[in-house]
Design a binder for this molecule. Sequence first.
Ligand code: ATP
Ligand code: MG
Length: 261
Amino acid sequence: MIRLSTGIYEFDKLIEGGIPQGFFVALTGEPGTGKTIFSLHFVAQGLKEGNPCVYVTTEESRDSIVKQAKQFGWDFEEHLDKKLIIIDALMKEKDDEWSLTELTAEELINKVILAKQKLGHGYARLVIDSVSALFLDKPALARKISYYLKRVLNKWKFTIYATSQYAITTSQAFGFGVEHVADGIIRFRRSVKDGMLRRYILIEKMRQTNHDKYIWEIDIREGKGIVLIGKLDLRREDTSLPKKVMDKIKEAESRKDMELS
Ligand SMILES: Nc1ncnc2c1ncn2[C@@H]1O[C@H](COP(=O)(O)OP(=O)(O)OP(=O)(O)O)[C@@H](O)[C@H]1O
Ligand SMILES: [Mg+2]
């Protein structure tokens, strides 16, 4: 099996060397947790290895992506339209060859295929940041749309990252359908501890891989990108909801039971 380096070597070790080629991996998490930067690593690594890369951005402009990459030492500009195409779904510029005029799965697929044809044959890397933007107004269709994307784009020899947002209040993946369809799920989290923002990463699923099962604290560093600091001794079950919240839920449920009986 061929595995692709994520561009974060410490992270590669947690998944037996990298993402299996052809996989569709969901990166889910709250805002500001590092999904976009994690995706930039994947593209930077692809470019380093000479792989064609396509990046679809729905939340930030192409310019913003290029600038953000530069802060971590990656020059995307020199690869633009040669090895890298950034499809901008935000600016909707009519005279721009690589803008999406509407935010639909069909339009996205068409543009991604055009980009692939321009970049040439062979295996390529694709980032869809974010895929949730495609079903903002129709969350019930999340699974169907994700499945459709995966099925069509797989034929075009892509290994895919699809970012998706988490609802801050409930910690529910927005349009959780992505996670069922995905071959892998990488979960990004954040919390404030000792008055400081901390970020974490957890591999929730990686098919065909004996992956690490710990939560890792990460840091985002200028000039470097994502760095793994160390693992926590807590498994996911321990932290899926804060204890206080769990206790409150249990309390409310037992009250309901009592009222019913
Ligand atoms: N040059 C930098 N040096 C250090 N940290 C940075 C730098 N640039 C960005 N960051 C950190 O990265 C965060 C943004 O991370 P990122 O864009 O990957 O989040 P995200 O999960 O994609 O969020 P969203 O869901 O809102 O798109 C910033 O809030 C900041 O804390
Ligand atoms: Mg982002």
